[in-house]
Design a protein around this ligand. Structure first.
Ligand code: NAP
Ligand code: 3JN
Length: 340
């Protein structure tokens, strides 16, 4: 089997470290692995398959020749600047940031939903990985859309701190420690407000339309991935004091009526979805239980009695795995199986 030269850009971050773990777990055929991060990480070594690999500092003057696939998670500014340089030197870039997601020439891919879009990597040498909250929602909703045609989506998210990076994980830990010790809480630095024992209805910055950027990402990305540019979607995104996994309360209105039983049957057959829905026995997806898993979990499926054809559900996935690293590596697997 052919093996590939793979680069991970942003390898020291929460997503980058998970990329290494997922590449190793899935035994991705790697000939050589190159790791890149900021000057802060110069000399740092990261473990991969029993070896220690030294992190390189990302510099614009470098040559990136010889790299087949580059997995980027070093923020949108680095993706804007460096993805074209890696692509120029022959790599296909799979980018986890928002930098390229809405570029009409760049495919935005969730393998369970629109794997065919990977073919468009030929345009710019770049494939975009959607936002974590979008990924888990479309994995669960696309199979329902295929049967009943979704007319409108209303989503509220309950997003873990790991979505905001390694420093936000430490921020929640430090605030909880201080609270338990009866100390004054350290002021928020990486999140907009205190996160310990609190929910923050702000993820990313506010836009002139009063939505946050995270909310608008969910709306626009969902339309692009589902290839439904007019789909009505609205979102409220909330940070909650949970370390790993994002949860979403989702309401859909469909053209054709779906009973709860029909929806469960469709989701039971859907790729990458696990239905956990036995409320009488207190069975529904929980963030702490879904952490570490690659599937999207759906539960609390029930009719929305306020409209003719509507359903409510609770969708949970590990944001660093299916929401980022696993989705990116699945895209890389399609690339090597079909295109490289
Ligand atoms: P993080 O834990 O803060 O890690 C940031 C990574 O970027 C680190 O490896 C950091 O290297 C690197 N970096 C920062 N500045 C750099 C520079 N000038 N040159 C090279 N590398 C640089 O953040 P994260 O949670 O892993 O997220 C990283 C990015 O992934 C986000 O900004 C976002 O674009 C994307 N992301 C996507 C999703 C998704 O929904 N698919 C979810 C989360 C994040 P050092 O350690 O050396 O500073
Ligand atoms: O906050 C979350 O739960 C997801 C965060 C994603 C994120 C964080 C910083 C920058 C992104 C993203 O993936 O959209 C970005 C970005 O690339 O703009």
């Amino acid at each position: 089997m052919r093996e590939f030269v793979v680069a991970v850009v942003g390898a020291t971050g929460a997503v980058g470290r998970m990329m290494l773990q997922v590449l190793e777990e899935r035994n991705f055929p790697i000939k050589d692995l190159r790791l890149f991060a900021s000057p802060k990480s110069k000399g740092l070594k990261l473990p991969f398959k029993g070896e220690e690999i030294e992190v390189e500092v990302l510099e614009e003057t470098q040559s990136f020749r010889g790299i087949d696939i580059a997995l980027f998670s070093a923020g949108a500014a680095r993706s804007l600047a460096y993805a074209p340089l890696f692509a120029r030197d022959g790599a296909v870039v799979i980018d986890n940031s928002s930098a390229w997601r809405m570029d009409p020439e760049v495919p935005l891919v969730v393998p369970e939903v629109n794997p065919h879009a990977v073919a468009q990597h030929k345009n710019k040498g770049i494939i975009a990985n959607p936002n974590c909250s979008t990924i888990q929602m479309v994995v669960a909703l696309k199979p329902l859309h295929d049967v009943a045609k979704i007319k409108r989506i209303v989503v509220s998210t309950y997003q873990s701190v790991s979505g905001a990076g390694q420093k936000a994980i430490e921020e929640l830990m430090n605030q909880v420690r201080a609270w338990c010790a009866g100390e004054i809480l350290p002021p928020p630095k990486n999140l907009p407000q205190t996160i310990a024992f609190n929910c923050i209805p702000q993820i990313d910055v506010f836009l002139p339309n009063r939505y946050t950027k995270e909310e608008m990402k969910m709306i626009e990305e969902t339309r692009k991935i589902m290839e439904e540019p007019e789909l009505r979607v609205t979102a409220t995104t909330v940070r909650v004091p949970v370390f790993y996994s994002h949860a979403e309360a989702v309401n859909i209105e469909t053209e054709k009526k779906l009973t709860v039983e029909e929806a469960i049957e469709i989701l039971n057959k859907a790729p990458g979805v696990i239905v956990l829905d036995d409320p009488e026995n207190k069975i529904y997806p929980l963030q702490i239980e879904v952490a570490g898993r690659d599937e999207v979990f759906v539960g609390r499926i029930r009719e929305d009695f306020s409209v003719e054809c509507g359903l409510n559900m609770w969708i949970v996935a590990d944001n660093l795995r299916k929401g980022a690293a696993t989705n990116a590596v699945q895209i890389a697997e399609i690339l090597i199986q079909k295109y490289l």
